[in-house]
Design a binder for this molecule. Structure first.
Ligand SMILES: [Fe+2]
Length: 389
Protein backbone atom coordinates (compact mmCIF):
# COMPACT_ATOMS: atom_id res chain seq x y z
CA UNK A 1 0.00 0.00 0.00
CA UNK A 2 1.28 3.48 -0.89
CA UNK A 3 1.32 6.36 1.52
CA UNK A 4 1.56 10.01 0.54
CA UNK A 5 5.14 11.19 1.02
CA UNK A 6 6.30 7.67 1.77
CA UNK A 7 7.27 4.50 -0.04
CA UNK A 8 5.67 1.11 -0.21
CA UNK A 9 6.38 -0.96 2.90
CA UNK A 10 7.61 -3.66 0.52
CA UNK A 11 9.94 -1.36 -1.45
CA UNK A 12 13.63 -1.96 -0.91
CA UNK A 13 15.29 0.96 0.86
CA UNK A 14 19.09 1.03 0.82
CA UNK A 15 21.49 2.79 3.20
CA UNK A 16 22.33 5.26 0.44
CA UNK A 17 18.61 6.14 0.05
CA UNK A 18 18.50 7.13 3.72
CA UNK A 19 21.71 9.16 3.22
CA UNK A 20 20.15 10.97 0.23
CA UNK A 21 17.01 11.79 2.15
CA UNK A 22 19.04 13.27 5.03
CA UNK A 23 21.30 15.10 2.56
CA UNK A 24 18.29 17.01 1.21
CA UNK A 25 17.74 18.57 4.64
CA UNK A 26 21.22 18.47 6.20
CA UNK A 27 23.68 18.60 3.26
CA UNK A 28 26.63 16.43 4.28
CA UNK A 29 29.05 18.60 2.28
CA UNK A 30 28.11 21.64 4.39
CA UNK A 31 30.15 20.64 7.42
CA UNK A 32 33.17 21.76 9.37
CA UNK A 33 36.37 20.86 7.59
CA UNK A 34 37.61 18.69 10.52
CA UNK A 35 34.40 16.71 10.82
CA UNK A 36 33.58 13.17 9.69
CA UNK A 37 30.01 12.72 8.48
CA UNK A 38 27.99 10.55 6.09
CA UNK A 39 27.96 6.77 5.73
CA UNK A 40 30.77 5.85 8.11
CA UNK A 41 30.21 2.10 8.32
CA UNK A 42 28.57 -0.52 6.16
CA UNK A 43 27.53 -1.14 2.58
CA UNK A 44 25.71 1.84 0.98
CA UNK A 45 23.67 -0.66 -1.04
CA UNK A 46 22.58 -2.77 1.96
CA UNK A 47 18.82 -2.95 2.59
CA UNK A 48 17.36 -1.05 5.54
CA UNK A 49 14.11 -1.90 7.31
CA UNK A 50 14.85 -0.59 10.78
CA UNK A 51 16.64 2.57 11.90
CA UNK A 52 17.73 3.62 15.36
CA UNK A 53 18.36 7.35 15.86
CA UNK A 54 20.64 8.36 18.75
CA UNK A 55 23.23 10.94 19.74
CA UNK A 56 26.04 8.43 20.24
CA UNK A 57 26.79 4.74 19.93
CA UNK A 58 26.75 4.21 23.70
CA UNK A 59 26.59 0.74 25.30
CA UNK A 60 22.82 1.18 25.77
CA UNK A 61 22.42 2.06 22.08
CA UNK A 62 24.53 -0.92 21.00
CA UNK A 63 22.42 -3.22 23.20
CA UNK A 64 19.25 -1.88 21.61
CA UNK A 65 20.72 -2.37 18.12
CA UNK A 66 21.25 -6.03 18.98
CA UNK A 67 17.90 -6.51 20.71
CA UNK A 68 15.78 -4.77 18.09
CA UNK A 69 17.68 -6.13 15.04
CA UNK A 70 18.51 -2.65 13.81
CA UNK A 71 19.86 -2.36 10.22
CA UNK A 72 21.03 1.26 10.39
CA UNK A 73 22.17 3.44 13.26
CA UNK A 74 21.87 7.19 12.64
CA UNK A 75 23.92 9.21 15.11
CA UNK A 76 24.62 12.88 15.58
CA UNK A 77 28.17 12.45 16.87
CA UNK A 78 30.42 10.57 14.44
CA UNK A 79 30.89 6.94 15.42
CA UNK A 80 34.31 7.06 13.76
CA UNK A 81 36.05 10.39 14.22
CA UNK A 82 39.80 10.21 13.90
CA UNK A 83 41.47 7.87 11.38
CA UNK A 84 41.63 4.38 12.90
CA UNK A 85 44.71 2.18 12.80
CA UNK A 86 42.86 -0.77 14.25
CA UNK A 87 39.26 -1.81 14.96
CA UNK A 88 39.14 -3.76 18.22
CA UNK A 89 36.68 -4.32 21.05
CA UNK A 90 39.32 -3.31 23.62
CA UNK A 91 40.08 0.05 22.00
CA UNK A 92 37.81 2.94 23.09
CA UNK A 93 38.01 4.78 19.76
CA UNK A 94 36.93 1.79 17.71
CA UNK A 95 34.99 -0.50 20.09
CA UNK A 96 31.58 0.76 18.91
CA UNK A 97 32.56 0.35 15.24
CA UNK A 98 33.79 -3.18 16.04
CA UNK A 99 30.47 -4.08 17.69
CA UNK A 100 28.33 -2.52 14.96
CA UNK A 101 30.30 -4.15 12.15
CA UNK A 102 29.94 -7.48 13.96
CA UNK A 103 26.17 -7.03 14.11
CA UNK A 104 26.01 -5.95 10.47
CA UNK A 105 24.61 -2.54 11.44
CA UNK A 106 25.41 0.32 9.03
CA UNK A 107 26.10 3.78 10.45
CA UNK A 108 25.32 7.25 9.18
CA UNK A 109 26.48 10.23 11.25
CA UNK A 110 25.11 13.75 10.73
CA UNK A 111 27.13 16.10 12.91
CA UNK A 112 28.23 19.63 11.97
CA UNK A 113 26.14 19.41 8.80
CA UNK A 114 23.12 19.04 11.09
CA UNK A 115 24.43 21.90 13.28
CA UNK A 116 24.52 24.43 10.44
CA UNK A 117 21.43 23.35 8.47
CA UNK A 118 18.51 25.82 8.47
CA UNK A 119 16.40 23.55 10.70
CA UNK A 120 19.42 22.19 12.50
CA UNK A 121 20.39 21.26 16.04
CA UNK A 122 20.16 24.71 17.67
CA UNK A 123 17.01 25.51 15.70
CA UNK A 124 15.42 22.36 17.15
CA UNK A 125 16.12 23.57 20.70
CA UNK A 126 14.90 27.11 20.00
CA UNK A 127 11.77 25.64 18.46
CA UNK A 128 11.31 23.34 21.45
CA UNK A 129 11.62 26.33 23.80
CA UNK A 130 8.81 27.94 21.81
CA UNK A 131 10.69 30.93 20.38
CA UNK A 132 9.45 32.68 17.28
CA UNK A 133 11.35 34.47 14.52
CA UNK A 134 14.13 31.89 14.84
CA UNK A 135 17.22 32.67 12.75
CA UNK A 136 20.89 31.61 12.81
CA UNK A 137 23.02 33.29 15.49
CA UNK A 138 25.99 33.39 13.10
CA UNK A 139 24.52 33.16 9.60
CA UNK A 140 26.48 31.10 7.10
CA UNK A 141 29.18 29.91 9.48
CA UNK A 142 31.28 27.85 9.21
CA UNK A 143 31.81 28.77 5.58
CA UNK A 144 34.08 26.68 3.45
CA UNK A 145 32.65 27.60 0.09
CA UNK A 146 33.95 28.48 -3.36
CA UNK A 147 32.43 30.44 -6.18
CA UNK A 148 32.41 28.46 -9.41
CA UNK A 149 31.85 30.39 -12.65
CA UNK A 150 31.46 28.44 -15.89
CA UNK A 151 31.45 30.02 -19.36
CA UNK A 152 29.13 28.13 -21.70
CA UNK A 153 27.25 28.62 -24.98
CA UNK A 154 23.75 29.96 -24.14
CA UNK A 155 22.06 26.62 -24.87
CA UNK A 156 24.29 24.82 -22.37
CA UNK A 157 23.67 26.87 -19.21
CA UNK A 158 20.97 24.47 -18.02
CA UNK A 159 23.16 21.48 -18.82
CA UNK A 160 25.99 22.98 -16.75
CA UNK A 161 23.66 23.76 -13.84
CA UNK A 162 22.30 20.22 -13.99
CA UNK A 163 25.84 18.86 -13.75
CA UNK A 164 26.72 21.14 -10.82
CA UNK A 165 23.51 20.38 -8.92
CA UNK A 166 23.85 16.64 -9.62
CA UNK A 167 27.26 16.72 -7.93
CA UNK A 168 25.85 18.52 -4.89
CA UNK A 169 26.80 22.13 -5.73
CA UNK A 170 24.59 25.21 -5.98
CA UNK A 171 22.95 24.79 -2.57
CA UNK A 172 22.33 27.73 -0.24
CA UNK A 173 20.51 26.81 2.99
CA UNK A 174 17.15 25.30 2.09
CA UNK A 175 17.54 26.29 -1.58
CA UNK A 176 19.06 24.11 -4.30
CA UNK A 177 20.02 24.79 -7.96
CA UNK A 178 21.01 28.37 -7.06
CA UNK A 179 22.74 30.22 -9.92
CA UNK A 180 23.26 33.60 -11.54
CA UNK A 181 23.68 34.06 -15.27
CA UNK A 182 25.22 36.90 -17.24
CA UNK A 183 25.19 37.04 -21.03
CA UNK A 184 28.34 38.21 -22.79
CA UNK A 185 30.71 37.38 -25.58
CA UNK A 186 33.84 35.28 -25.52
CA UNK A 187 36.74 35.02 -27.95
CA UNK A 188 39.33 32.39 -28.77
CA UNK A 189 41.83 31.49 -31.45
CA UNK A 190 42.09 27.71 -31.98
CA UNK A 191 45.59 26.45 -32.75
CA UNK A 192 46.32 23.84 -35.38
CA UNK A 193 45.07 20.49 -34.14
CA UNK A 194 42.43 22.01 -31.84
CA UNK A 195 38.86 20.73 -32.08
CA UNK A 196 36.72 23.81 -31.34
CA UNK A 197 32.99 23.43 -30.62
CA UNK A 198 32.48 26.42 -32.94
CA UNK A 199 34.79 27.86 -35.63
CA UNK A 200 37.98 26.39 -37.00
CA UNK A 201 41.72 26.32 -36.39
CA UNK A 202 43.66 29.47 -37.24
CA UNK A 203 40.65 31.84 -37.16
CA UNK A 204 39.75 33.98 -34.17
CA UNK A 205 36.15 33.50 -33.06
CA UNK A 206 33.79 35.74 -31.15
CA UNK A 207 30.85 33.83 -29.69
CA UNK A 208 27.88 34.45 -27.43
CA UNK A 209 28.44 32.91 -24.01
CA UNK A 210 26.76 32.81 -20.61
CA UNK A 211 28.70 33.13 -17.39
CA UNK A 212 26.91 30.73 -15.03
CA UNK A 213 27.99 31.16 -11.43
CA UNK A 214 27.09 29.41 -8.22
CA UNK A 215 28.51 28.35 -4.85
CA UNK A 216 30.02 24.98 -4.05
CA UNK A 217 31.22 23.53 -0.73
CA UNK A 218 34.98 23.14 -0.98
CA UNK A 219 34.83 19.42 -0.24
CA UNK A 220 32.65 18.93 -3.34
CA UNK A 221 34.90 20.84 -5.76
CA UNK A 222 36.62 17.84 -7.39
CA UNK A 223 33.26 16.12 -7.99
CA UNK A 224 31.58 19.28 -9.28
CA UNK A 225 34.45 20.23 -11.60
CA UNK A 226 34.60 16.71 -13.04
CA UNK A 227 30.83 16.79 -13.69
CA UNK A 228 31.01 20.23 -15.35
CA UNK A 229 33.93 19.19 -17.57
CA UNK A 230 32.07 16.05 -18.61
CA UNK A 231 28.94 18.02 -19.52
CA UNK A 232 30.70 21.01 -21.15
CA UNK A 233 30.77 21.06 -24.97
CA UNK A 234 34.13 22.84 -25.24
CA UNK A 235 37.42 21.00 -25.67
CA UNK A 236 38.92 23.37 -23.09
CA UNK A 237 36.13 24.57 -20.77
CA UNK A 238 36.73 27.89 -19.06
CA UNK A 239 35.95 27.53 -15.36
CA UNK A 240 36.86 30.01 -12.62
CA UNK A 241 37.08 28.91 -9.00
CA UNK A 242 37.75 31.26 -6.12
CA UNK A 243 37.33 31.02 -2.35
CA UNK A 244 34.58 32.94 -0.58
CA UNK A 245 34.96 34.63 2.79
CA UNK A 246 31.34 34.98 3.92
CA UNK A 247 28.48 32.62 4.66
CA UNK A 248 27.80 31.56 1.12
CA UNK A 249 26.22 28.22 1.89
CA UNK A 250 23.33 29.55 3.99
CA UNK A 251 22.23 28.14 7.34
CA UNK A 252 24.57 29.02 10.20
CA UNK A 253 25.72 28.31 13.72
CA UNK A 254 23.32 28.61 16.64
CA UNK A 255 19.87 30.11 16.75
CA UNK A 256 18.28 33.21 18.18
CA UNK A 257 14.63 34.00 18.63
CA UNK A 258 12.14 35.75 20.87
CA UNK A 259 9.56 34.78 23.43
CA UNK A 260 6.04 36.03 22.82
CA UNK A 261 6.09 37.73 26.19
CA UNK A 262 9.02 38.72 28.40
CA UNK A 263 9.32 36.86 31.70
CA UNK A 264 11.64 36.64 34.68
CA UNK A 265 14.77 34.50 34.41
CA UNK A 266 13.40 32.00 36.93
CA UNK A 267 10.15 31.59 35.02
CA UNK A 268 12.00 31.20 31.72
CA UNK A 269 14.39 28.62 33.16
CA UNK A 270 11.43 26.73 34.60
CA UNK A 271 9.79 26.67 31.20
CA UNK A 272 13.02 25.55 29.51
CA UNK A 273 13.29 22.75 32.08
CA UNK A 274 9.78 21.56 31.27
CA UNK A 275 10.18 21.78 27.50
CA UNK A 276 13.79 20.70 26.91
CA UNK A 277 13.76 18.17 29.76
CA UNK A 278 17.45 18.37 30.66
CA UNK A 279 18.89 16.40 33.57
CA UNK A 280 19.74 19.75 35.19
CA UNK A 281 20.29 23.41 34.38
CA UNK A 282 23.34 25.27 35.66
CA UNK A 283 23.00 29.01 35.41
CA UNK A 284 25.52 31.83 35.74
CA UNK A 285 24.61 35.47 36.15
CA UNK A 286 21.47 37.08 37.34
CA UNK A 287 19.22 39.52 35.63
CA UNK A 288 16.74 41.99 36.87
CA UNK A 289 15.44 42.70 33.42
CA UNK A 290 12.90 40.44 31.78
CA UNK A 291 13.99 37.76 29.31
CA UNK A 292 12.56 38.14 25.85
CA UNK A 293 15.33 37.26 23.37
CA UNK A 294 17.09 33.93 23.78
CA UNK A 295 20.16 32.70 21.90
CA UNK A 296 20.92 28.98 21.69
CA UNK A 297 24.01 27.05 20.67
CA UNK A 298 23.38 23.39 21.39
CA UNK A 299 26.36 21.24 22.35
CA UNK A 300 29.64 22.92 23.28
CA UNK A 301 28.67 26.47 22.50
CA UNK A 302 30.01 28.43 25.42
CA UNK A 303 32.49 30.36 23.24
CA UNK A 304 29.55 31.93 21.40
CA UNK A 305 28.40 33.97 24.41
CA UNK A 306 29.80 37.13 22.81
CA UNK A 307 27.82 36.48 19.61
CA UNK A 308 24.72 35.99 21.76
CA UNK A 309 25.31 39.34 23.47
CA UNK A 310 25.81 41.02 20.07
CA UNK A 311 22.48 39.58 18.92
CA UNK A 312 20.80 41.32 21.85
CA UNK A 313 20.01 38.13 23.74
CA UNK A 314 18.70 38.42 27.31
CA UNK A 315 19.69 34.78 27.95
CA UNK A 316 22.14 32.37 26.31
CA UNK A 317 21.33 28.66 26.40
CA UNK A 318 24.14 26.22 25.66
CA UNK A 319 26.11 23.25 27.06
CA UNK A 320 29.54 22.59 28.57
CA UNK A 321 30.08 25.88 30.40
CA UNK A 322 33.52 26.00 31.98
CA UNK A 323 34.44 27.73 35.21
CA UNK A 324 36.07 30.84 33.70
CA UNK A 325 33.30 31.25 31.13
CA UNK A 326 30.78 31.00 33.95
CA UNK A 327 32.69 33.65 35.92
CA UNK A 328 32.57 35.93 32.90
CA UNK A 329 28.84 35.36 32.52
CA UNK A 330 28.27 35.95 36.22
CA UNK A 331 29.96 39.34 35.93
CA UNK A 332 28.05 40.37 32.80
CA UNK A 333 24.52 41.42 32.08
CA UNK A 334 23.47 38.39 30.06
CA UNK A 335 22.97 35.19 32.08
CA UNK A 336 24.05 31.86 30.61
CA UNK A 337 22.17 28.60 31.13
CA UNK A 338 24.07 25.33 30.68
CA UNK A 339 21.43 22.67 30.02
CA UNK A 340 23.98 19.95 29.22
CA UNK A 341 25.61 19.10 25.91
CA UNK A 342 23.42 16.14 25.07
CA UNK A 343 20.20 17.39 26.63
CA UNK A 344 20.06 20.20 24.08
CA UNK A 345 21.39 18.27 21.10
CA UNK A 346 19.00 15.35 21.55
CA UNK A 347 16.15 17.42 20.11
CA UNK A 348 17.61 17.01 16.62
CA UNK A 349 16.82 13.30 16.88
CA UNK A 350 13.03 13.68 16.46
CA UNK A 351 13.83 16.00 13.51
CA UNK A 352 15.86 13.20 11.90
CA UNK A 353 12.91 10.87 12.44
CA UNK A 354 10.48 13.44 10.98
CA UNK A 355 12.58 13.72 7.81
CA UNK A 356 12.91 9.95 7.35
CA UNK A 357 9.27 9.21 8.19
CA UNK A 358 8.19 11.91 5.74
CA UNK A 359 10.25 10.33 2.98
CA UNK A 360 9.84 6.62 3.63
CA UNK A 361 6.58 6.38 5.61
CA UNK A 362 5.88 2.86 6.85
CA UNK A 363 8.74 1.51 4.72
CA UNK A 364 11.07 2.17 7.64
CA UNK A 365 10.65 1.29 11.30
CA UNK A 366 12.30 4.21 13.12
CA UNK A 367 13.13 4.35 16.82
CA UNK A 368 14.59 7.33 18.64
CA UNK A 369 16.78 6.80 21.69
CA UNK A 370 16.83 9.85 23.97
CA UNK A 371 19.64 9.14 26.39
CA UNK A 372 20.22 11.14 29.55
CA UNK A 373 23.37 13.19 30.14
CA UNK A 374 26.33 10.99 31.06
CA UNK A 375 27.19 13.57 33.73
CA UNK A 376 24.43 13.80 36.29
CA UNK A 377 23.63 15.67 39.46
CA UNK A 378 23.62 13.07 42.21
CA UNK A 379 20.35 12.69 44.00
CA UNK A 380 20.01 9.83 46.48
CA UNK A 381 17.70 7.04 45.41
CA UNK A 382 17.34 8.14 41.79
CA UNK A 383 17.74 5.74 38.91
CA UNK A 384 18.87 6.64 35.41
CA UNK A 385 18.63 5.28 31.87
CA UNK A 386 17.47 6.17 28.37
CA UNK A 387 14.22 5.49 26.67
CA UNK A 388 13.02 4.99 23.15
CA UNK A 389 9.96 6.25 21.44
FE1 LIG B 1 27.72 17.58 20.28
Amino acid sequence: MWKVGGVSPRARIAVRDVWRSLDEHFPFAHRAEWDNVGILLGDPGAPVRSVLVALDATPAVLALCRRARIDLLLTHHPVIHNPLKSIRPDDTASAAAFALAGMGVAVISAHTNADVAPRGVSWAVAHRIGLFGIRPLLPGEPSDACKVAVFVPPGFADVALEAIAGAGGGRVGAYSRCSFRTAGSGSFLPADGARPFKGRAGREERVDEVRLETVVARSLLPKVLAAVRAAHPYEEPSIDVYPLAGGALGGGVGAVGDRKTPASLDDVLGEIFRRVRPSWIRVAGTTTKKVRRIAVVAGSGSEFARAARSAGADLFVTGDMKYHQALEAAAGEMPVADVGHGSAEKWILPEFRRVLAGRFGKGLAIRVFMEEEPLRAFRPGERRGGNTS
